[in-house]
Design a protein around this ligand. Sequence first.
Ligand code: EZ4
Ligand code: CO
Length: 402
Amino acid sequence: MKIADVRVIVTCPGRNFVALKIVTEDGVSGVGDATLNGRELAVAAYLTEHVVPLLIGRDASRIEDTWQFLYKGAYWRRGPVTMSAIAAVDTALWDIKGKVAGLPLYQLLGGRSRSGVTVYGHANAVDVETVLSEISSYVALGYRAVRVQTGIPGLSSTYGVSDDKMFYEPADAALPTENVWSTEHYLHHVPKVFAEVRKEFGPTLKLLHDVHHRLTPIEAARLGKSLEPYALTWIEDPVPAELQEGFRLIRQHTTTPLAVGEVFNTIWDCQELITSQLIDYIRTTVVHAGGITHLRRIFDLAALHHVRSGSHGATDLSPVCMAAALHVDIAIPNFGLQEYMRHTPETDLVFPHGYRFERGYLHPSEEPGLGVDIDEELAARYPYSPAQLPVNRLEDGTMHSW
Ligand code: EZ4
Ligand code: CO
């Protein structure tokens, strides 16, 4: 089953996506997501220039060997561009394997471990009153878990709050928008938000919050302690995680569960976090962590150490990534939660897919393989449009993590 054709597709049906399509000599095709928000063309070039020539003529059935070939063969290891490119190839090959077997991918991963994939949506608003009504809309749709982000009094804008509610898209300009950040304003406000939310919605709705890499470990420890009365399911990315040891300090001070991983690209980024049980949820994804093959390796390590999955699922991960994630989520023993933000109708048309949302759960497609495709003619009608993520500065102008 030799690979006969590989196409790198860049499209912008409302936002930029990079997709990979691999076709075998028998005419079986598979798709993979290679989208890296704000750096899409770097991955597209890596694939086109350095990976596609290596794939032509290779045996499409050798998924593990192809992964090792692309990882070890590059000599230069890891990094988001390389690992997203490897992920796209890996995902497309799993799609092909599923189609050849005539089975939905989750069957090849060991079959169902649960009846549906619990997802969380994003309730966000400038003020507390409006966020309460946003949460109510999610509850009415059947969501059992909601991420809550609000504006911070004294700051003109903050991460996670926007007008386009269900499609929150932070890459909002060709050159980065500048935001201003104040840890003091933030730490003062957030506990008050969750006090209101718990009072309104009672003890069982799962509540989450994304700190988006902005605090130091001791500040994150203070936030975790101040949120303990409201029993959050997790605080996400409390500190920049290049220093895995940093989480040890947070952990010593608070029982608020910790989640991290959306910017990680290999098991080596979270090895210490997992094996020392410094986190509760690992949020790595199919597209940015080397595909299904490598993500399973991370989740298997996590399972040994009481860490559950909580995969990133923002709108910049295409429906191809979401389809793949759902097959993994439904199969692994240590699934926790899956983030789910709706794609725009244009995106759903470019990537026709069989997964579906029903009362708080997503269900993977029952079609062979991933159950998702790309309409290449339609994709071609949406050319790439430059867009970058914002940057963040403190009130005195110092650059800060966004
Ligand atoms: O900022 O995916 O949990 N979700 C997030 C996202 C990220 C974007 C970056 O491309 O943190 O909103
Ligand atoms: Co996040």
